[in-house]
Each structure stands twice: as C-alpha cells, then as structure tokens.
Design a protein around this ligand. Sequence first.
Ligand SMILES: C[S@@+](CC[C@H](N)C(=O)[O-])C[C@H]1O[C@@H](n2cnc3c(N)ncnc32)[C@H](O)[C@@H]1O
Length: 238
Amino acid sequence: MGEFKSVKQTNTNADMSFQNGFRYKLSEFVDSVRENGILITINKLYQRLYYKVKKIDFSTQNLYDLSRVGEHQENGTALVSTSKDFLYITLTRLEEIIGKKLNKSLFIDLGSGKGATLIHSVNFGFDQSIGVEFAKELHEIAIENIKKVKVKNAKSLLEDAATYNFPVDTSIIFMFNPFDKVVMEKAVINIKKSESTFENSVYIIYVNPSCEAALDSHFKLIAEDSYPSGARVNYYLV
Ligand SMILES: C[S@@+](CC[C@H](N)C(=O)[O-])C[C@H]1O[C@@H](n2cnc3c(N)ncnc32)[C@H](O)[C@@H]1O
C-alpha cells in the first residue's frame, strides 16, 4: 500500500521523516510485492520515477517546523501523501458499495498536503478538486506540483479545515487522518450546515480514521474496510 503503511505517531509533533529513508522504502517494496505482486509493484516504481523526473514532490514531511494558519496548529498530523493506486482503490470501492458510478463534480480533500489527491482525483475523472491545507509550505508545494503535471481544475487553498465552507456541488469529502477530534468536530458541524444545499449525494472517505465517533453520530457509515498493510477506510453517506 506504499504511503499508507499504518503508523502510530500521527500528531502534529510526530517525526515521520523515517518514511523518506532507504530502509522504509525497501520494506515498502517487499510488502508491496507480497500484497500486490511484482507487476503492480513495478508500476508503482515507474510512477515514482515519473515524479522524480518531473520533480514532483509528494515526499513525507513533518509539520512542527512549518508555518501553519488558523487556531488549530497543534491539532494536525504530519504530511504523508496518498498514492494514486490507493486513491483509485477507495473511489472504485465506493462505487462498488453504492452500486453505481460516482457523481464526479467536485472532490474535496481536507488536509490536502502536497496536493497528491487533488491531482489523482482529476485524473480519475472528477471535474474539479479542491484541497484545504493549513501549512503554507505544503500548500505552496501543492501549487507547484499541480503546475508541473498540468492538471487543470485542481486547486489548493491555504486554510484551516475547521473553517472551510463546502460548495454546493461537493460530491466527495476525502480525509486521510488529517487532524484530531477538536478539528474534526468543527468540520462535521460545517458539513451539517451545508447539507441542505448539496446538489448531489455526498460521500466521505475517511482513511486511517482516528476520530470516527465524531462522524458516526451524524452520518451513515456504509462500509469499513481494512487492508493487509494496516490501512483502514471508513465510508459515510452525508
Ligand atoms: C496525513 S496528511 C494527508 C495529505 C493528503 N490528504 C494526502 O492524502 O495526500 C494530513 C495533512 O493534513 C494537514 N492538516 C492538519 N490539520 C489541518 C487543518 N486544521 N487544516 C488543514 N490542513 C490540516 C497536514 O498539514 C497534512 O498535510
């Protein structure tokens, strides 16, 4: 599963830089061959080589030395990017769960880091993607990454996810364990406020959930998956 290997330390001050080291990458490679087979693993390596050649930066990054906007600077998790394969797995799985094609008007990522999902979701077929990221340096890298791959209609916003108001054409709200319960409860209130304005059914994809309780009482949990890598995904209907 690459970038999604389960990690225990995910708070703002966690040091996740070990994920950029050779030993970690080697263990990821071995796990991927075991889980996905050699062909898929070679494809993953090819993707990484492509990013390297194009100077696209999706590397893991700690938050504690970055400039963060808003009131929740100590409530976030370090940047670990979602791989294209894993995002596609979750979107395809959601289509299987709901038994139909997704409405692909607008993909939103709360805590969007370097913009990986913003690029991958548009490549998957979404008309538009918007990312909300509170760390200035990550937001700026996301803008550069989006320019380098020439993906139109992907946008990174520098904002605290706790204050984000959802557009009417939202179709997916994606979260990869971005923050703790303090921010999650505020994000849930904002989703509830927008609920009556949504033009489509809105689904939440919550990867490696750490504050499910904040969602469980407001939205319908439609599936819970777990993977051999340790990654977990909860799917909700708003
Ligand atoms: C685990 S990373 C996920 C990155 C991205 N969603 C992806 O899947 O590639 C979590 C991200 O959430 C951001 N974050 C944490 N708290 C936030 C907040 N209150 N508002 C906006 N972004 C936040 C972090 O800076 C980090 O980039």
